[in-house]
Design a protein around this ligand. Structure first.
Ligand SMILES: [Cu+2]
Length: 436
C-alpha cells in the first residue's frame, strides 16, 4: 500500500501522515520545565505536596482580604501537541488544558473570567457543590459572557476533591478546541496516608486532519490526536517518583466522546477517589487499568516497588497512534512482491506497507505532509517506541530528587530480556522449530 492508496483508502488526507519517519527522528526531546520533579512545594494542611501538572501550570492566586483571587482568560492559542504539529486551539491563559486550579477546603475563591474568544463563553466548575448562580451554565444559570467582557465567579470550596472546569457555552466547539482544566481542592485535614507525589493528567482527544490549522470540532469519531495534558508522546513530560514513595495521579477526562482505560505498567494501584468524593478504604480494590469516563475524574494511588521506566498509556490501541487514516484495507499477510516489482518501474523504491503489521511504520524514512505527526512514537533507549498519543512514562528512581527526567533507566546487568542462547534452550528442553 503506497502513500496515495492510504490516503484514498482512508478517504482522509490524514492517512498521509501514516508514512513517515523522518519527522520522528527530527523530533527533539521536549523540555520538561513544568514542575518537575515534584515534591518541593507544599499545599494545604498536613504537609501535603502541591499538585504537579506535567507540561502544564497552576493558576496563581492573589489573596485579597482573605479571598483567593484568580483570573482565567478564555482565548485562542497557538498550541503544539508535539514537535511537528501545531494548531490554533482555544484554551485558558495560553494553554490547553488551562492552568490547574488548586485550593484548600473552606477557601473562598473569586475567579475572574475574561472572554477573548470570538463567541460568548462561560465556565462551569465541574463537580463542585456551589451556589446555583455560580455553576456557569450559559442560559440556565447566567448570561453568557460576551466576547471582550469579564465576569466574576465567587464561591467557597466546601468539599475536598478532584474536579475540573470547562466552557459551558457551545461546548461541542469550545471543549473540542481545548477549553478545559483541572480543579483540585485539598482537604483541610488530610485523609488516608500522606502521598509524596501528586500529579494531574488530563486526557483529551482531537480530530486534526494532516496539514490543518485547527482541530475539527464537528468530529464524533476518528479522533486522531490523543493527549495527556495537551501533549502527545514523545512530548508528554514523564512523571518522576521515588521507589517506595506513595504517589497519586488524578486523571480527568473532558474529551468530547471517548472513555479512556488508562493502564500503568509494573505496579498495581487503588482508586481512592472520583469527582464525587473519596472511596472508603473498605471499598477500594486493586487494579492496573482504570477507566476514566468522559466527564469524570479518577484518583489512583500506588507505591512502586520496581525502579525503571514504566509505560503509562490508554489501552485503546488507536489512542496510542497518531494521524493515521482509519478505514484502511487490511494488508496484513498479503503477498505483494509482484505488485511491488511492477510498481517500482513507475515509482522507484515503491513498497506496499502494512503487509507484516504496522509496527515499523513510524521508523520509515518517508515524507509526511506539513504540520502533521508521524503515525507513532519516539525514540527509546533500546529502539523506536512505536506508541504515541496518549502515552507517557513513569520514571521510578531510587533518588528521584537527583534524577534527570529526560534520562533513561540504567538496568542492572542481566536484567533485560534478550536473545535466547541455543545451549540454554537445549538445556531447558526448548526447541524453537517444534510444532507443539
Ligand atoms: Cu483512550
Amino acid at each position: 500500500m503506497d502513500r496515495r492508496s492510504f490516503i484514498h483508502a482512508g478517504g482522509l488526507a490524514a492517512g498521509a501522515a501514516l508514512l513517515t519517519r523522518g519527522l520522528a527522528h527530527a523530533q527533539e526531546r521536549p523540555e520538561h520545565a513544568a514542575g518537575q520533579p515534584a515534591g518541593a512545594r507544599i499545599a494545604g494542611a498536613g504537609n501535603q505536596p502541591a499538585v504537579v501538572t506535567p507540561n502544564g501550570s497552576t493558576l496563581p492566586w492573589r489573596v485579597v482580604d482573605g479571598v483567593k483571587v484568580g483570573h482565567l482568560i478564555a482565548e485562542p492559542i497557538q498550541h503544539e501537541f508535539a514537535p511537528g504539529l501545531k494548531t490554533e486551539a482555544w484554551g485558558y491563559n495560553g494553554s490547553t488544558p488551562g492552568p490547574t486550579i488548586e485550593a484548600v477546603e473552606g477557601d473562598r475563591l473569586r475567579i475572574y473570567v475574561t472572554n477573548r474568544l470570538p463567541e460568548p463563553t462561560s465556565v462551569h466548575w465541574h463537580g463542585l457543590v456551589l451556589p446555583n448562580g455560580m455553576d456557569g451554565v450559559s442560559g440556565l444559570n447566567q448570561r453568557p459572557i460576551p466576547p471582550g467582557e469579564t465576569y466574576v465567579y465567587e464561591f467557597v470550596v466546601r468539599y475536598p476533591g478532584t474536579y475540573m472546569y470547562h466552557s459551558h457555552f457551545d461546548e461541542m466547539t469550545q471543549i473540542a478546541l481545548g477549553g478545559v482544566g483541572m480543579f483540585i481542592v485539598h482537604p483541610k485535614k488530610p485523609r488516608g496516608p500522606r502521598v509524596d507525589r501528586d500529579f494531574v493528567l488530563m486526557t483529551h482527544e482531537w480530530k486534526i486532519n494532516a496539514g490543518a490549522r485547527r482541530p475539527d470540532p464537528n468530529a464524533m469519531s476518528d479522533f486522531n490526536v490523543l493527549t495527556f495534558n495537551g501533549k502527545a508522546f514523545p512530548a508528554t513530560a514523564p512523571l518522576v517518583v521515588g521507589r517506595g514513595e506513595r504517589a497519586r495521579i488524578r486523571l480527568g477526562n473532558l474529551g468530547p466522546m471517548d472513555h479512556h482505560p488508562i493502564h500503568l505498567h509494573g505496579l498495581s494501584f487503588q482508586v481512592t477517589a472520583t469527582d464525587g468524593g473519596y472511596v472508603p478504604a473498605s471499598a477500594q480494590y486493586p487494579e492496573t487499568t482504570v477507566l476514566v469516563p468522559v466527564g469524570s475524574t479518577r484518583v489512583i494511588e500506588f507505591v512502586p516497588e520496581e525502579p525503571g521506566d514504566w509505560a503509562v498509556h490508554c489501552h485503546m490501541t488507536h489512542h496510542v497512534m497518531m494521524q493515521m487514516g482509519h478505514g484502511l484495507p487490511n494488508m496484513v499477510g498479503a503477498d505483494t512482491r509482484t505488485l511491488d516489482r511492477r510498481m517500482s518501474r513507475v515509482m522507484p523504491g515503491y513498497m506496499t506497507m502494512g503487509t507484516t503489521g504496522m509496527g515499523g511504520m513510524g521508523e520509515m524514512p518517508m515524507p509526511i505532509p506539513p504540520n502533521s505527526l508521524p503515525m507513532k512514537g519516539g525514540d527509546g533507549p533500546f529502539s523506536y517506541i512505536d506508541m504515541g498519543g496518549m502515552f507517557t512514562v513513569l520514571k521510578v528512581r531510587e533518588e528521584p530528587g537527583k534524577a534527570d527526567p529526560n534520562g533513561w533507566y540504567t538496568h542492572p546487568a542481566g536484567t533485560v530480556a534478550g536473545p535466547a542462547a541455543a545451549e540454554k534452550m537445549r538445556a531447558d528442553g526448548i526447541d524453537p522449530s517444534a510444532r507443539k
